[in-house]
Ligand binder design. Structure first.
Ligand code: FES
Length: 104
């Protein structure tokens, strides 16, 4: 089993409730999403036509793709509605002090 490595990507005040933020981790574009009183991290890439999700609408626990409107569950990455049929990648998040860390 491979050990997970947590990487500090932002501070809590950089991602207030109701906002999202793009961070780069080892050349990978991830999206931090603060919704439902917690932080989620997902790959900033739609599984449908591989557009970025950062301009998508975010509500209670989901984000929508700005291009064709597929929505994804931020916890599981699962698509909620078409045209996407594949999940997006999700990452474990932990908070250490005021630092947001993501497992990559
Ligand atoms: S590119 Fe995201 S739904 Fe089509």
């Amino acid at each position: 089993m491979t050990e997970k490595t947590f990487v500090a990507v932002a501070t809590l005040d950089e991602v207030p409730p109701g906002t999202k933020r793009v961070v780069d981790v080892n050349g990978l574009s991830l999206l931090l999403c603060n919704t439902l009183d917690r932080l989620f991290a997902v790959r900033n890439l739609c599984s449908h036509a591989y557009e970025t999700l950062e301009c998508g609408r975010m509500r209670g626990g989901w984000i929508s793709c700005p291009v064709h409107g597929a929505r994804f569950d931020l916890e599981t990455g699962a698509p909620i509605n078409p045209p996407a049929t594949m999940p997006i990648e999700t990452y474990e998040v932990r908070i250490i002090g005021d630092s947001i860390e993501v497992a990559v």
